[in-house]
Design a protein around this ligand. Sequence first.
Ligand code: HEM
Length: 414
Amino acid sequence: MPVPPDFNFVHPAHYAEHGYPHDLWTELRREDPVHWFDKTDGLPFWAVTKHEDITTVGRHAEQFFNGPRLVISHKPEEPNEFPPTLIQLDPPKHGIYRKLINKRFTPGRLRPWHPDIETIARDIVDSLVENSEEGECDFVEKVSAPLPIAVIAWLLGVPKQDWNLLFDWTNRIIGAEDPDFKVEGKTSSQAAMDTMTELFMYFTELVAEKKKNPQDDLTSMFASLEIDGKPLPDIDVLTFCLIIVVAGNETTRNATTGGMLALIQHRDELRKLQQNPNLMPLAVEEIVRWTSPIIHFGRTAQTDFELGGKKIKEGDALALFYPSANRDESIFEDPFAFRVDRNPNHHIAFGSGEHFCLGAHVARLEMEYAYRHLLPRIEEVELNGPVERLHSALVGGVKKLPIRYKLKPSSVAA
Ligand code: HEM
């Protein structure tokens, strides 16, 4: 369905119906890159669509706060009583908290966990292609949904029998606006808050258990943190667990799904990658640029500021549209071409500046291992039905990706 000119940039249903409004974003980048948008029942905001302006905001975290709202709603705001997680903190507290856990997520510190992440990814791919040379499936259900939840749950030291609980909770938090996850008699924020409470209760017990019996996992690490020589308050330990679960799941799921869709739609690129698996790291970056799973994050100006020639006033809301920045023709050569060997690729799908994605390397590893195990086995793959999209203006989610595939004969398990 073509994107209508009255598309509301923060309306969840509009993304479910039309996908990303690339034509409108392109027009905005050309005509009015910092655009005042007030055709909404929610808070009016500046729509920031160019790469340069979004990175400028990222470099000025003291002037542009993530609190009090990280997501701009299409309707009047409801009170949010939940304690802020890392991503909602601002300087100076944000820097202090980020430093506590940052080191654990660097490529070097993640290296010992590579074999486990690879095993999780390989097992998921194996279960898809197990028995027959040909098949049909929903790629989201079989690969891209279980992959990140399994990796996150494993990193956090959640027992395997509870992985499904995490999966369900994150669906309900991120998809709170989606009819499939709607809870009768509750607004979407009430439903999301109830789910967060369930998650908090679960992790309260897990944290207590890890304090008694620490393991080599993230929950044990969070539970042992100290600030000024004193243990970190329990609520801060819990919000660390919560942000890892929520931030690490839907984002990677949709990048993995969007990558498969892009490879189906760009057969030459799929063949190029199959013939040269060393391109995988570049291909994963291109998939993340191409899909840009986070549609927008919000900021609130703390001072007057000139951005892209516009005068932003203290207290104004801004929405940073990462997928638009990742098609910015002043940064990317031929931005609407999907190229698995794109290099350089200065995309900002993982954000930029102060809040740059903590889990970027985890996400890259998950996708690399999954595609490394899947793609060499594929002879043919095609779409097998309509792509169903999530109602969300935060994550560009695909709920269903029906595919039909044929495997290379040698790759079917005996
Ligand atoms: C393709 C997958 C992913 C994408 C596209 C993505 C995107 C982002 C973006 C755009 C931000 C910046 C937020 C801001 O500027 O306000 C961010 C922050 C964050 N991400 Fe990711 N993310 C992904 C995967 C992950 C994973 C796997 C994890 C956890 C293991 C994770 C954990 C976080 C955390 C904790 C933050 C907050 C960092 C801070 O505030 O300092 N993300 N992510």
